[in-house]
Design a protein around this ligand. Structure first.
Ligand code: BDR
Ligand code: CA
Length: 325
């Protein structure tokens, strides 16, 4: 059992990633921290609680994090995730207050106390603020997995940039810089691999047939996201980025990649672009593991079977797979 903190901006795919993490016996979630990204950090916190209620895990604390990126003005992604961040499902609020400490203070205290891994599913503002104050704490993070960036793939909010790193490019840069100084590796689950993960209408129907309760919750929060994908990219279904970061954390053999030095462009037309020195021009020690391949079928099997018991039937998945790919 690995003890982890999940830093996120729920967000439709963050919600699915939290559901996967909460259904995985390998993980013990010590706390969830939210950051302004898809929606503001406080709205994200309320959404995290809606997911925890759905999963009957309201015992897990949610800490509200940074409201704004380090330097650039904040731009949300409500065009993608809906005004409420959960696909305009407008699920009822969960009553009750948040703990009285900020996400950054929680991260500092928790890491001072014990080594904890981090799965970052949003812009890395909270972690950057932590490392600006306490760069030493990166050494207390055995595994640091970040969904963000892209190596060869085009961006999803500019020709070259992925949203999380575009939203707070200096935040991402501070984290990779801190990793470089400490001799640590951040495992980058970028668009090269997450673009392959598409939740299709057939997969959704399959989930709903087997478990109407969970399936209809997922349908409710993904409808808007599916419409967005059709209008924006002519994709039937939706790319679910964040669950792959959780699945890869649990089973690193799901993705292949390489180690390299990486930095993030801060301004101008390249804002948020990950500059990966894959040819080692700069002769610097790697500070990242850049994922380039993913075993989509094995991911789907893990994702489906954990969210919906009985949905990991390989024969049926093979049939669906043949129909769809
Ligand atoms: C990332 O940006 C957000 O919109 C998603 O939640 C994901 O973390 C994909 O670029
Ligand atoms: Ca996210």
């Amino acid at each position: 059992m690995q003890r982890v903190i999940i830093d996120c901006d729920p967000g439709i795919d963050d919600a699915l990633a939290l559901m996967l993490a909460l259904s995985s016996p390998e993980l013990e979630i010590v706390g969830i921290t939210t950051v302004s990204g898809n929606v503001s950090a406080d709205l994200g916190g309320r959404n995290a609680k809606k997911v925890l209620r759905q999963m009957k895990r309201l015992d897990i604390p949610v800490y509200i994090g940074e409201m704004k990126p380090l330097k650039v003005p904040y731009t949300d992604a409500s065009d993608t995730h809906g005004r409420d961040g959960l696909g305009e499902s407008f699920l009822p609020e969960v009553q009750g207050d948040f703990p009285g400490i900020s996400a950054v203070d929680f991260l500092e205290g928790a890491l001072d106390e014990e080594e904890l891994s981090v799965i970052a599913l949003g812009p890395m503002t909270n972690l950057a603020r932590l490392f600006q104050k306490r760069p030493d704490l990166i050494r207390r993070i055995p595994r640091f997995v970040s969904m963000g960036g892209s190596f060869r793939s085009h961006g999803n909010c500019s020709p070259v940039a992925e949203y999380n790193y575009w939203c707070d490019p200096q935040g991402a840069e501070v984290c990779y810089d801190c990793a470089a100084r400490a001799g640590k590796i951040i495992e980058m689950v970028g668009l090269d691999v997450t673009r392959k993960i598409v939740l299709t209408p057939s997969l959704l129907s399959y989930m709903e047939r087997l478990d109407p309760e969970t399936g209809s919750f997922i349908r409710r929060i993904t409808r808007f996201y599916m419409d967005f994908h059709w209008e924006q990219e002519r994709i039937i279904g939706c790319v679910i980025n964040d669950p792959l970061a959780v699945a890869y954390f649990i089973d690193p053999s799901l993705c292949g990649g390489f180690d390299a030095f990486l930095t993030v462009a801060g301004e101008g037309v390249c804002r948020g672009q990950t500059v990966v020195d894959s040819m080692n021009f700069w002769k610097k020690e790697p500070n990242s593991r850049v994922l380039a391949d993913a075993d989509v079928k094995r991911f789907l099997r893990m994702f489906l079977s954990r969210l919906i018991p009985g949905a990991g039937d390989l024969a049926y998945l093979e049939q669906l797979y043949r129909m769809e790919y």
